[in-house]
Design a protein. Structure first.
Length: 299
């Protein structure tokens, strides 16, 4: 069986609707991205973040987009064909062999959440930055995202909601025990960034909520619904039942407790799909996606 490259299920059109352009313009102004000419992006995927950053750095600025997966390297090369401001470089960001102190900015989006040793990567980023260089990372709190309310979830009892939340926390702890990172890494990043030696740390919350409001006419809503319905019924957008169970057991929850939570989750999924079809489902969550910015000291 051929292994799917990382994040294959997440690199969908919905990712193009994560940010408001004017919010990123504001961040670019506040952080002086226009002064950045030599940029390193870690774990570039298919180039979604690359494209947004490229629009906001110096007109003659260039991005080296590092990505381990050959398929995503090919996707970046297609996306920026004929654009010599983007160079795709295949490699593992946990073992970069690049010249230190040469980059004006090191950046990434939803990458650190997948890594076992985030401090080591932050220390590497520090070494690769020129004095005064900018670290700019976007990471989520996906545990909070998984227990956010919709009009269907809000109908659960306190006990039912608690069972589902406990299952997802066991899932997170199980993933961590397998060395797959912390999907709630945004909670820990401020301390980790400071510990790596960066200064002037700032944190910003993405101002584009994930909203569903009948009759779902916006491009963003349609893309989100397409992603939701792409997951098989009675599964999740994260993984199938067996994979979720594997991590939940590793996270300390017994199978009988998991089964009870899964029954609730499956019922929520069925009712949510019905509510989507009937155009009655509504939600508005913050998305819990954050932007962290800090600098390597100038001296």
């Amino acid at each position: 069986m051929t292994r799917e490259p990382h994040s294959a299920a997440q690199f969908t059109p919905a990712r193009d609707h994560w940010w408001h352009a004017d919010f990123l313009d504001l961040m670019a102004k506040r952080l002086d991205l226009g002064a950045c000419r030599n940029v390193l992006e870690l774990g570039a995927g298919k180039g979604h973040w690359t494209s947004l950053i490229l629009e906001r750095i110096a007109p003659d600025g260039r991005i080296t987009a590092v990505e381990r997966e050959r398929r995503w390297i090919a996707a970046i090369e297609r996306r920026f064909a004929g654009n010599d401001r983007v160079r795709a470089l295949q490699g593992d960001i946990t073992s970069l062999a690049l010249e230190p102190r040469q980059y004006d900015m090191v950046t990434c989006q939803t990458v650190l959440m997948h890594l076992q040793n985030v401090p080591a990567v932050l220390h590497d980023a520090y070494d690769l930055l020129a004095p005064g260089g900018l670290l700019l990372v976007s990471e989520p709190d996906n545990f909070a995202n998984r227990i956010s309310l919709t009009s269907v979830v809000a109908s659960l009892t306190a006990e039912q909601f608690g069972q589902v939340a406990a299952m997802w926390w066991a899932f997170e702890k199980g993933r961590e025990s397998h060395g797959l990172g912390e999907e709630w890494i945004a909670v820990r990043l401020p301390a980790l960034i400071n510990a790596a030696g960066f200064t002037g740390l700032k944190a910003y919350h993405n101002d584009r909520p994930a909203m569903l409001a009948p009759p779902y006419t916006s491009k963003e809503e349609r893309a989100a619904i397409t992603d939701w319905l792409a997951a098989p019924a009675h599964e999740t957008d994260v993984a199938g039942r067996e994979e979720v169970l594997r991590f939940v057991l590793a996270g300390g929850m017994d199978e009988a407790t998991f089964d009870r939570a899964w029954v609730i989750l499956s019922a929520v999924d069925a009712r949510s799909r019905a509510a989507l079809s009937g155009r009655t489902l509504s939600s508005c969550t913050g998305g819990n996606l954050y932007l962290f910015a800090a600098r390597k000291p100038a001296r």
